[in-house]
Design a protein around this ligand. Structure first.
Ligand SMILES: Nc1ncnc2c1ncn2[C@@H]1O[C@H](COP(=O)(O)OP(=O)(O)OP(=O)(O)O)[C@@H](O)[C@H]1O
Ligand SMILES: [Mg+2]
Length: 254
């Protein structure tokens, strides 16, 4: 059974950047990435153009299935069609270091129910094929309410230095307990806006604090230009700090 790790936190704290560098430096084979964010920004950071690779998101797949269903007047069986799309590689992008699945944009206004169900079923079906699954979350806590991943090994919370972040830690605990999500480890990660002085409260939070991600102008530049973070130097401040954080959590690195 693969280890399921979720990266969560408030908007713009650096979750996708952390997920990308995590992917790059962790030793896990095979490794599956799941992007739950409708922005689908993870692919870009990984240097993947899903459109060019003719891959579709779970939400797109669902739209196509429904269209086909309408045309065939219900003769096409949806779960079977999804399974076929999965097997035929229309949904999973495969790279040397990782496989990638994206949830995509909202299927119907205000509702993620069907794509969520499909992601859940996908995880149940394929998680035994992977040594590790990394889930990059959208901003906020709604994704926890949706219970896409009820059993988590390591939950990483990327925080920015604000009072809201301190409250966010309590909110995550409250929500996970409320909706019955189980995790083995609860890890705090300070984002690139932390300084030595203001990271003190994370050290005193009573939770396991892994360290902070260094502020790295190259990360900003690469993200702005849409360049893959896989090409950033291994000795860059962001790479060094993420490797340190992963070692602190007991991961074996490449
Ligand atoms: N280590 C870093 N050093 C400098 N800038 C960074 C660093 N990490 C992230 N950033 C910048 O912060 C912004 C947000 O990063 P990112 O997209 O990874 O955050 P996010 O939490 O995934 O955002 P969202 O909530 O929108 O999904 C980007 O402009 C990115 O370039
Ligand atoms: Mg993101």
């Amino acid at each position: 059974m693969g280890k399921i790790n979720v990266i969560t936190g408030r908007g713009g704290t650096g979750k996708s950047t952390f997920t990308t560098l995590f992917t790059r430096y962790v030793h896990a084979k095979p490794l599956l990435l799941i992007d739950l964010d409708p922005d689908e920004s993870l692919a870009k950071m990984l240097g993947v153009d899903l459109g060019r690779e003719s891959k579709c998101s779970i939400s797109d797949a669902l739209s196509r299935i429904i269209e086909k269903g309408k045309k065939s007047k219900g003769k096409d069986d949806s779960p079977d069609l999804l399974r076929r799309m999965m097997e035929e590689g229309e949904i999973i992008y495969r790279d040397k270091k990782f496989d990638l699945i994206t949830l995509g944009t909202k299927f119907a206004p205000g509702c993620y129910c069907l794509p969520d169900e499909m992601i859940k079923e996908t995880i149940r079906n394929i998680h035994k094929n992977y040594e590790m699954i990394l889930v990059d979350s959208p901003a906020g806590l709604e994704h926890l309410n949706r219970k896409v991943t009820p059993d988590i090994n390591d939950l990483f919370v990327v925080l920015d230095p604000s009072e809201k972040s301190a409250k966010h830690i309590d909110r995550i605990k409250y929500v996970t307990k409320g909706v019955n999500i189980h995790y083995n480890q609860f890890y705090l990660v300070g984002n690139y806006r932390f300084t030595e002085e203001n990271e003190a409260y994370l050290l005193k939070s009573g939770e396991k604090y892994l360290g902070r991600i260094a502020n790295d102008p190259l990360v900003r530049e690469y993200n702005l230009k849409g360049k893959s973070l896989f090409h950033i130097s291994e000795d860059s401040p962001s790479s060094i700090s993420v490797k340190k954080i992963l070692r602190e959590a007991g991961y074996v690195l490449v």
